[in-house]
Design a protein around this ligand. Structure first.
Ligand code: APR
Length: 240
């Protein structure tokens, strides 16, 4: 199926940890990935936070410091440029990321939907308010909104919790005329199922990844290699 004719008006882009890998933020399921070194059930669930908030906060403090120290790579920059180029033509690039870093924003993307939350935001389990969180969180911290102590957690989506912005994501998927997945293993739902929804609408689908993902067979086209090379090359064909 021709991927690029006619010129896409709405491109739905789903990114995962692989888009930030070359910025030094390691993926989760590669060999030696984060979940090979840390037990997600002890660090990335509401139950883990309730049982041992200090350990969970320390884990996310480490990840936040890494994200703050990282820099966007050419894949992030190309996505920001494609967003602007499509907008100039009356089109739209809907960027849905599973990542909790802010590298897309720091590369210049203006509309980023973080379906798994954001490391640089905190959330209070007492008042449910969210607040900027550029630095470490500690169990002794008081919520900046309601002053409750010990209730501040990272505003990230843990296993067993509902991802964010699902209605907006569904609406964008229903309006898209091209679906591109970048740097994701296709292992975690609902994000892993989005390519099937795109297929069901008969729109072209493309995977840009280091290697075939778990749902590689669902894509019309695939380009394998480092995102810093495949993403700029692919997006250039859309906006040239
Ligand atoms: N360029 C392109 N792709 C890459 C690169 C790279 N430089 N490095 C790794 N990849 C690919 C890997 O081959 C893998 O398929 O990126 C993918 C990363 O997969 P995961 O580590 O599973 O990350 P992701 O798909 O984002 O995980 C989804 O799982 O643990 C949860 O909340 C977490 O958002 C995360 C979700």
């Amino acid at each position: 199926m021709p991927l690029r004719a006619p010129f896409p008006k709405t491109v739905f882009v789903l990114t995962g940890a692989g888009v930030s890998a070359e910025s030094g933020l390691g993926p989760f399921r590669d060999r030696g990935g984060m979940w090979a070194r840390f037990d997600p059930m002890r660090l990335a669930t509401p139950e883990a936070f309730a049982a041992d908030p200090g350990t969970v906060l320390d884990f996310y403090n480490l990840r936040r410091r890494g994200a703050v120290a990282a820099a966007p790579n050419p894949a992030h920059v190309a996505l920001a440029q494609a967003e602007a180029a499509l907008a100039e033509r009356g089109g739209r690039l809907f960027l849905c990321t599973q990542n909790v870093d802010d590298l897309h924003e720091r590369a210049g993307s203006r509309a980023v939907v973080h379906m798994h939350g954001e490391l640089l935001k905190g959330r209070c389990t007492a008042c449910a308010g969210t607040f900027p969180c550029p630095g470490d969180l500690d169990v002794a911290d008081a919520c900046p909104l309601c002053s409750a102590v010990g209730t501040s957690r990272p505003d990230v989506v843990w296993f067993g919790e509902m991802p964010h912005h699902l209605d907006a994501i569904q609406a964008a998927l229903s309006a898209a005329d091209l679906f591109v997945a970048i740097g994701t293993s296709g292992a975690v739902y609902p994000a892993a199922g989005y390519v099937r929804l795109a297929q069901a609408r008969n729109i072209p689908t493309c995977e840009l990844n280091a290697e075939p993902s778990d749902n590689a067979n669902a894509f019309d086209e695939a380009r394998y290699g480092p995102a810093s090379e495949t993403v700029p090359a692919f997006l250039a064909t859309l906006t040239s």
